[in-house]
Design a protein around this ligand. Structure first.
Ligand code: SF4
Length: 77
């Protein structure tokens, strides 16, 4: 059962690559050079992925912390 939701406001990505560098298990750069949260689904302006482990939460918190435009968020669900 999912515990957390990662939310990415992809349209505001500035293509710095930091999230993919620090957490390549979850993040990659797409063909247009923007970050893509692997396996995420598009929900309105956001891309969202549910996760269920503390390890996944912690590794994605690193992506949250490193994003210079603060467009990655983690919600408890
Ligand atoms: S860290 Fe933020 S701005 Fe940089 S590529 Fe990832 S989502 Fe885009």
């Amino acid at each position: 059962m999912a515990k957390y939701k990662i939310i990415h406001l992809k349209k505001d990505c500035i293509s710095c690559g930091a999230c993919a560098a620090i957490n390549p298990d979850f993040w990659q750069m797409d063909d247009e050079g923007f970050a893509q949260l692997k396996g995420a689904k598009e929900v309105g302006d956001n891309w969202e992925l549910e996760i269920n482990t503390e390890e996944a939460r912690a590794s994605n918190q690193e992506a949250v912390d490193v994003c210079p435009v603060q467009i990655i968020k983690i919600e408890t669900i």
